[in-house]
Design a protein around this ligand. Structure first.
Ligand code: CP
Ligand code: NVA
Length: 308
């Protein structure tokens, strides 16, 4: 079973092949209108369940559109409206869904839910975000970087802000795609040491630097994300804003990166908190390309899962 659960647990050569396939599939559409099916329909007669236990705009729309472009059909399910949200076990839900659908994408809270779904489903499972990681986002981001600037291997990537789920997948990707990663943020919000160790063991530099200016100096890519994630308690909001204020990505900080450095944010953004509008709408920002590339990257991920 080929599940797409995380970047560090997926074969490196397979990850590279998915990025290259995504690029080919995007090019093959050649700007074709959004609803037009692809020339090939690898998901013809396939049904895909998209389960959401948290809100989503990009993941929901891009998976749904991607399945349709490849000739398949989708069911978009809200966790709260399923029996899953009312006491049915994850294992039983996985077994039942496997009798109806060919592929499951799930966005959930605890990583354990994703892993249990994958263990008991007899169809592939894709991680559409957990509290701990967000691998589909980072696949889209690798595709985006390489479209604009060529191979990401050997580049310096900097994450400024909360060491959260998106940051975790980015650090894993540093190891798998061979780029250096610097985290800058307050100690309390450091990424898990496990991910930094993974990247280092793969032979890249994975550095924690408290000073954002030092961190960003010489960067090829600067990335940030919301200061308060969906799983964070709202009561933590004020404290986090105080801790993270110094790590805002603004024009003054970007001035220390390389002149051609890109800026990325998975979105949704909180303008003028983690990033200023000036940077987000500026010439080095590729945030909307990232959003589009969710579509293309995930189409390649689904084809890989289904061997089609
Ligand atoms: N970046 C991302 O996953 O966006 P959504 O929460 O809108 O799906
Ligand atoms: N870190 C954010 C990402 C949203 C796509 C969250 O988990 O809420």
């Amino acid at each position: 079973m080929k599940n797409f659960l995380d970047i560090h647990t997926t074969d490196k050569a397979d990850l590279r092949a998915m990025i290259d396939a995504a690029r080919r599939m995007k090019d093959a559409r050649n700007g074709c209108p959004k609803g037009t099916p692809d020339a090939e329909l690898p998901l013809k007669n396939r049904m895909v369940a998209l389960i959401f236990e948290k809100p989503s705009t990009r993941t929901r729309v891009s998976f749904d559109l991607g399945v349709r472009q490849m000739g398949g059909q989708t069911m978009v399910l809200s966790g709260q409206e399923m029996q899953l949200g009312h006491g049915e076990t994850i294992a039983d839900t996985a077994r039942v869904l496997s009798r109806y659908v060919d592929l499951i994408m799930i966005r959930t809270f605890e990583e354990a839910t994703l892993l249990e779904m994958a263990e008991y489903a007899s169809v592939p499972v894709i991680n559409g975000l957990t509290n701990r990681t967000h691998p589909c986002q980072i696949m889209a981001d690798i595709l985006t970087y390489e479209e604009h600037r060529g191979p990401i291997a050997g580049r310096k990537v900097v994450w400024s802000g909360d060491g959260n789920n998106v940051c975790a997948s980015l650090i894993q990707a540093a190891g798998q795609f061979g780029f250096d990663i610097t985290f800058t943020g307050p100690r309390q919000l450091d990424p898990e040491a496990e991910w930094l160790d993974f990247a280092r063991a793969a032979g890249v530099q994975a550095v924690v630097e408290r000073d954002p200016v030092k961190a960003v100096t010489g960067a090829d890519l600067v990335v940030t994300d919301t200061w308060v994630s969906m799983h964070d308690p709202q009561s933590a909001r004020e404290r986090r804003h105080n801790q993270l204020r110094g790590y805002q990505v603004n024009k003054a900080l970007m001035a220390h990166a390389r002149p051609d450095a890109l800026f990325m944010h998975c979105l949704p953004a909180h303008r003028d908190d983690e990033v200023t509008s000036e940077v987000m709408d500026g010439p080095n920002s590729v945030v909307f390309d990232e959003a589009e590339n969710r579509l293309h990257a995930q189409k390649a991920i689904m084809r890989w899962c289904l061997n089609v």
